[in-house]
Design a protein around this ligand. Structure first.
Ligand code: RIB
Length: 341
């Protein structure tokens, strides 16, 4: 079976040029070169690597990606990184959205198995029930399918069996809460999602309050999921309990945008009356008014790295591992109005 190296030699071009032409990424390659290489491909009956490998070792060159909320741009960003890597490596991706339903997540993973995917990427359920299922549940369900979790390593994790790509999310919410306190806030509320006990973001919020000598007050804390509605419902309940809050730390940008919508509706001025910080840095965060301050996760890179780790294991047996990214604060108008020049 002719190899891509032989195609390159016969065409008088580099392997990279041949690969770009095969994958349709040849817009910067001259028409003459493109035609010459395609003639060699046709004349030699070259079979693309993916099909050849599939024929030889009966792989499907397919990855499964199961995510909890396709309406959340955070997971769309992860999926973009995953897709780009997969396409570059001749893999396709089957995506399943679970709407945070553990039964749908289980059915999705079983669907991947029936399609004999070569590997699975899993963005865990972000509601509270994940802790009840624990890592043994995933070991049994996933069997020996190479799997990388795009989420938070906690007590219910097995770093010897699975790969993990994560952000230190407790530190992320700590950074956001500290930014609010450093900006002069005295009563910082928090709205976030319930997650595995071992990595609940609320603990980063509490750590920043404790460091500043501020007592917890659960009347200004609301915990549910990572949705817009949680932001709207949460801030309404918190304002009913204590309208004197002057800061709001949100577990993600969707919650923050939901809370901002409610506060704008009741005429609360942001940041003059209440400063707000989110987490993720989804694209809309810099397009809302005022622009949202957020603790950014490198979303695309996380998806790309997870897929890269998985394909390197499938192709070359490079062991899965845990990769932790740092989140960094992006200061925008909900923390401090920018000087209008
Ligand atoms: O926005 C969704 C959230 O769930 C993100 O912050 C991500 O960390 C995931 O856990």
């Amino acid at each position: 079976m002719v190899t891509i190296k032989e195609i390159a030699e016969r065409s008088g071009v580099s392997i990279a040029t041949v690969s770009k032409i095969i994958n349709g990424k040849d817009k910067h390659i001259s028409e003459e070169t493109r035609r010459r290489v395609k003639d060699v491909l046709r004349d030699t009956g070259y079979v693309s690597n993916a099909i050849a490998r599939g024929l030889k070792i009966r792989k499907t060159f397919t990855l499964g990606y199961v995510l909890p909320d396709i309406t959340n741009p955070f997971f769309a960003g992860l999926a973009r990184g995953i897709e780009d890597l997969a396409r570059d490596r001749d893999y396709s991706v089957i995506m399943c959205n679970t709407d945070n339903d553990p039964e749908i997540e289980e059915r999705s993973i079983k669907l991947f198995k029936s399609h004999k995917v070569d590997g699975i990427l899993c963005s865990n359920i972000v509601s509270s029930n994940i802790g009840e299922r624990g890592v043994q549940y995933y070991r049994d369900l996933l069997g020996d399918i190479p799997t990388v979790f795009l989420d938070h390593v906690g007590l219910e994790s097995d770093v010897t069996r699975f790969g993990y790509v994560q952000v230190d999310s407790l530190n992320a919410i700590y950074k956001g809460t500290k930014a609010l306190l450093d900006a002069g806030c005295k009563r910082v509320a928090c709205i976030t999602a319930s997650q595995m006990e071992s990595c609940m973001r609320i603990n980063g919020y509490y750590a920043a309050l404790e460091e500043a000598g501020i007592a917890r007050d659960n009347r200004i804390v609301y915990v549910n999921d990572f949705s817009l509605e949680t932001g709207t419902v949460g801030i309404r309940k918190i304002m009913e309990n204590d309208p004197t809050i002057d800061g709001l730390m949100c577990g993600n940008d969707m919650i923050a945008v939901g809370a901002m919508g409610y506060l704008n509706k009741i005429g609360v001025r942001i940041p003059e009356q209440i400063k707000i910080v989110g987490i993720d840095n989804i694209p809309i965060s810099e397009h809302v008014t005022p622009k949202l301050t957020t603790v950014a996760q490198p979303i695309y890179e996380m998806g790309w790295e997870a897929a890269n780790m998985l394909v390197n294991y499938i192709e070359d047996g490079i062991p899965l591992f845990t990769k932790t990214f740092e989140a960094h604060l992006i200061e925008r108008e909900t923390l401090k109005l920018q000087n209008v020049n």
